[in-house]
Design a protein around this ligand. Sequence first.
Ligand code: AMP
Length: 187
Amino acid sequence: MAQRIVVLGRQGAGKGTQCARLVESHGIVHVSTGDMLRAAVAAGTELGKQADAIMKAGDLVPDDVMIGIVRERLAEDDIMTNGVLLDGFPRTTAQADALEAILADQGNELNAALNIDVPLDEVTARMVARGREDDTPEGIARRLELYEEQTAPLLEWFAERNKLMIVDGMGTEDEIFARVEGALGLA
Ligand code: AMP
């Protein structure tokens, strides 16, 4: 059965790694809205022109724009057949409401929102260690702060609908993957 899954987690929590493992082992389609926007910026499309400055400022692209993009992507054949891992969407409760409506229109529903949980001090240490250019102490703190602000209400939104699954994101990649598969009933 194709699953429709939202993947949540702080930057540095290992979301990308775990998504790649799910793609590899279970053929689910990975959709990162950040990657889609970066591709649009690189290609110089209308969307890219609109998103560029917003992304550079670290702000959010307007909900109606994001919802339109995701609605179109979720209707494509690969996802209808193989399911989807949504990474970076929803970011607001308006986006979460829209996602629910989009899936309902398709006769589908969200299977789970998976939160890969790694404590704040640990993700901070990981980001400092990877030493990317934009990983200044202030930049890291700002992005993590924004995540808490934006995501706390979403965790509640999913929990209220009995969709929230929390996976301990501490341990080896294999250990965490086993927990992820277990939580999603894919083991
Ligand atoms: P990410 O790679 O998920 O961190 O996204 C990079 C940037 O793209 C974000 O800082 C936002 O500016 C924008 N973005 C990605 N996904 C969304 C979304 N669901 N809603 C609004 N803006 C988004």
